[in-house]
Design a protein around this ligand. Structure first.
Ligand SMILES: [Zn+2]
Length: 313
């Protein structure tokens, strides 16, 4: 089944020219260190002899090479990046920045003016209580059926998300973690409004806001999010997902397929949502890998955005 897995690190293998830049200075430095070592180990060498050695120029220069800064020089002026942006190839855009972590760092540093975190068609869009969809009634293009057993009729997501979640569920089953189904994928503005209003009627507004987005504020409206459930003899509900083998597997492995668990327990003060181990947000493999390796727990922290626990209007 390994052949069915995507290759999450493929883009990490892309050439990172700045990494090759310091090759010569490092080589010189190694040579200089070699000289130091050979002198130090020579019978007549003393510590004072080593201290009297003029400091090799190359050794001084190497630490001044800032690899990250070199990569992020001006990616928004790179014709390849601009082409990827205009064609909607978000994975290629992230790769053009030098991968997920470099993309993140450039955005946080304000060094990526061509990247909008509020463009609802992008893998890097952030939707929260402070950042509504723009336009509020945005509808994603290219919706496709979630290739999993559904427990509601909201069984659409973006086609790239559908493919990724299908691969993820296959891998979970192959790993013996059990079958994964889905509850909700894409929800339109109108459906979100109906859902939210229903929660307000039954729970009151405070509890509704802790568990349901107001219309125009839901990741589900982007087509990039879906809620998964554990399907054993039968599919369970959302509240039953946490603690299942499927949930543990998803928490550990969903990133390899481009998903993050968007609302973790520790994220509540930032997101304003109670934990939702079932709510997966697709950001693409490169950004999900950077999110994972950086130990981030909310998308807001990942992109250096302020916490958004409450609506501002
Ligand atoms: Zn959800």
């Amino acid at each position: 089944m390994g052949l069915m897995l995507p290759s999450p690190h493929a883009q990490h293998a892309a050439p990172r020219s700045p990494m090759r830049g310091p090759a010569l200075p490092i080589g010189v430095a190694v040579t200089a260190i070699g000289i130091l070592i050979s002198i130090a180990s020579a019978p007549i060498a003393s510590s004072s002899a080593v201290e009297e050695m003029p400091e090799p120029v190359a050794v001084v220069q190497v630490p001044t090479v800032k690899v990250g800064a070199t990569i992020a020089a001006d990616p928004c002026a790179d014709p390849t990046v601009l082409q990827s942006l205009s064609s909607g190839d978000d994975a290629a855009t992230v790769a053009g920045f030098g991968g997920g972590e470099n993309f993140r760092a450039a955005v946080v540093a304000g060094n990526a003016p061509c990247i909008s975190l509020t463009d609802p068609a992008r893998l890097w869009v952030v939707v929260n209580k402070s950042l509504p969809l723009n336009p509020p009634e945005y509808e994603p293009a290219g919706l496709d059926s979630v290739p999993l057993q559904m427990t509601t009729r909201s069984g659409l997501v973006r086609s790239d998300v559908a493919a990724a979640v299908g691969q993820m569920a296959d891998a979970a089953a192959a790993a013996g973690a059990g079958r994964i189904g889905a509850n909700n994928g894409y929800r339109s503005y109108g459906l979100q409004a109906a859902n939210y209003d229903n929660f307000v009627r039954t729970l009151g507004q405070t509890d509704a806001d802790a568990g349901s987005a107001r219309p125009g504020h839901s990741e589900h409206q982007t087509g990039l999010a879906l809620d998964v459930v554990a399907c054993d003899a039968a599919c369970g509900g959302l509240d039953g997902f946490g603690g299942t083998g499927q949930s543990e597997w998803v928490a550990a492995n969903a990133w390899e397929f481009g998903f993050i668990v968007r609302y973790e327990d520790v994220g509540t003060p930032v997101t304003g949502y109670a934990p939702e181990p079932w709510h997966l947000r697709y950001v693409g493999v490169d950004l999900a890998a950077a999110y994972r390796s950086g130990g981030y727990r909310t998308l807001e922290e990942f992109f250096g955005l302020p916490a958004a626990p409450d609506y501002t209007h």
